[in-house]
Design a protein around this ligand. Structure first.
Ligand code: SF4
Length: 504
């Protein structure tokens, strides 16, 4: 697709607008409009004496549509006004060409909640902020409301974090089979059997090293998240070894939350849940994704809806009082009717949390590489399913507490976490918002360090693949020195009144 910028230099912003209507297209930014071919976007900004005129022309397969916008050419007319006008003109031309009105309007970033927060911080009341989002940013009223509700909840969660707060992520990147839509680095637990004992030993050694760091640096562990992959694809003795190491390496008394993402119901047994429960885990995730048996089969999850109900019931029997369930909207073969049934069945269990994801079409997934993506539900239908799920969750007393968007989701729609009061997934907000340092252990783990008094972030990467993580474990441990250096540097900077490094 060719993109022309005429009278402006907003390449990044107009590029993102192109992706709203033509996701996954390769953009070629051009100057010479005489050769625009058959698939193009011409974006023009023309400043007159009193007004600035914006024109967008979109062309595809012989069809051509136009969108206009205009604003006063005042000395204060900013880059932002130009962006908004380009967005408005783009949406009008895009709707005429593709028949789609993006529910998030001209917002293309992954954190629309940040915008809502910013508006509230400028002193706007929720009503004014909603008006701004719907009229200026062309966001649908229901999305603006969702965003503002989430912003308030996120702010309350963020306020729990103190200057020495940290969280811990433990990566167990193994799964029983690979889901069709998966783009993570997750490994078949059967094929990896030989590696598992070594992996668990190294992981425990890393946890021990992180525990020492937390103690010597005087950090306060707020949340632990054990994720993957599917942590419960490990055996009972392996899980016991890991959870015992966590207990021995960290002070858990002040911990606010300890989540274990059991994930796939077919890996959950009463014995594994007993080990998890004894570890001090406060929040369990069991993820059906859908309760439509044929859709589960299509997406390559080797479990049935019955196995999910069984796992949920065993978790309750073992005493778990905070269970979160993930769903995906837009899966191939799912319809509004079958998704409605999934919601009804799930809500009959009264989970404390439900996270509703929109299907993402990741290039590295089998969903895209096998061409099955074409069977995914379409954006209008997916949005309808989302809105229906939100109403049902609301009625059951679950409220949104975190929201983000990923690239290449169906219809550019969102992922939202809902929970009953007091059951919000705090780690989800801390990691998404980069509220404080998250120390990561295991293959693929990325430690993200945030300076206590600022926004500067530094990262330390672990090796991605388990065999590499095991073979080069000395380097994994050596890299932990960076955490110490970072915190010593922070203390020094704070004491000397130093500001943020230029990268902030
Ligand atoms: S359970 Fe999650 S990590 Fe494992 S294959 Fe499925 S999507 Fe990937």
């Amino acid at each position: 697709m060719k993109l022309y910028l005429v009278g402006h230099t907003l390449r990044y912003e107009t590029g993102n607008l192109c992706f709203l209507f033509f996701p996954g297209e390769k953009l070629q930014v051009e100057a010479d409009r005489s050769q625009h071919g058959d698939f193009y976007a011409i974006t023009r900004v023309k400043k007159g004496q009193r007004f600035v005129h914006v024109l967008v022309i979109l062309g595809k397969n012989g069809k051509c549509t136009k969108g206009h916008a205009v604003f006063l050419n005042q000395a204060l007319a900013s880059k932002r006004e130009t962006e908004y006008a380009l967005g408005k003109a783009f949406l009008n031309a895009g709707e005429a060409l593709c028949g789609i009105r993006p529910p998030w309007g001209i917002l293309t970033g992954i954190r629309p909640v940040k915008i809502a927060e910013h508006l509230l911080q400028t002193g706007m009341q929720a009503e004014q902020a909603t008006k701004y989002m719907t009229e200026k940013l062309l966001v649908r009223p229901e999305k603006a409301t969702l965003c503002l509700r989430t912003a308030e909840k996120e702010a309350r969660i963020r306020a729990l974090s103190q200057s020495n707060s940290v969280s811990l992520y433990i990566a167990i990147p193994f799964c029983p089979t690979r889901c069709l839509y998966c783009s993570f680095i997750s490994h078949d637990v059967e094929k990896m059997q030989k590696l598992l004992p070594d992996y668990v030993e190294k992981l425990c050694a890393e946890l021990h090293a992180i525990g020492n760091l937390v103690r010597t640096l005087g950090l306060k562990l707020e949340t632990i998240y054990v994720g993957g992959g599917t942590p419960t694809s490990l055996s009972v003795p392996m899980l016991t070894r890991i959870f015992d190491t966590v207990r021995a390496s960290f002070t858990l008394e002040d911990l606010r939350e300890y989540t274990v993402e059991a994930g796939r119901p077919d890996t959950i047994t009463p014995e594994k849940l007993q080990v998890i429960r004894a570890s001090g885990c406060t929040r369990l995730c069991i993820n059906p994704q859908t309760l439509n048996a044929s859709v589960l089969k299509t997406i390559g999850r080797s479990h049935t809806p019955e196995q999910f109900f069984q796992a949920f019931s065993v978790a309750r029997q073992e005493g778990f009082t905070s269970i979160n369930c993930d769903l995906i909207v837009g899966l191939p073969g799912d319809t509004a009717k079958s998704f409605h049934q999934t919601m009804d069945q799930l809500m009959s269990l009264s989970p404390e949390g439900v996270t509703v994801h929109t299907l993402a079409m990741k290039r590295s997934s089998r969903l895209v590489s096998t061409g099955l993506a074409q069977y995914a539900a379409h954006s209008a239908e997916v949005n309808q399913m989302l809105e229906m799920a939100y109403s049902q969750l609301d009625r059951a007393g679950l409220s949104p507490y975190y929201l983000y968007r990923q690239r290449n989701t169906v219809g550019n729609l969102e992922n939202t976490g809902f929970s009953k009061p007091g059951h919000e997934g705090l780690y989800n907000v801390f990691i998404m918002d980069e509220t404080h340092t998250v120390l990561a252990a295991g293959a693929g783990g990325v430690t993200k360090m945030r300076r206590p008094q600022g926004t500067h972030i530094e990262r330390v990467f672990n090796f991605k693949y388990p065999y590499e993580y095991i073979a080069r474990f000395d380097q994994v441990i050596a890299r932990k020195e960076k955490v110490e250096e970072f915190y010593h540097g922070s203390v020094f900077q704070d004491l000397s009144g130093g500001g943020q490094p230029s990268g902030d």
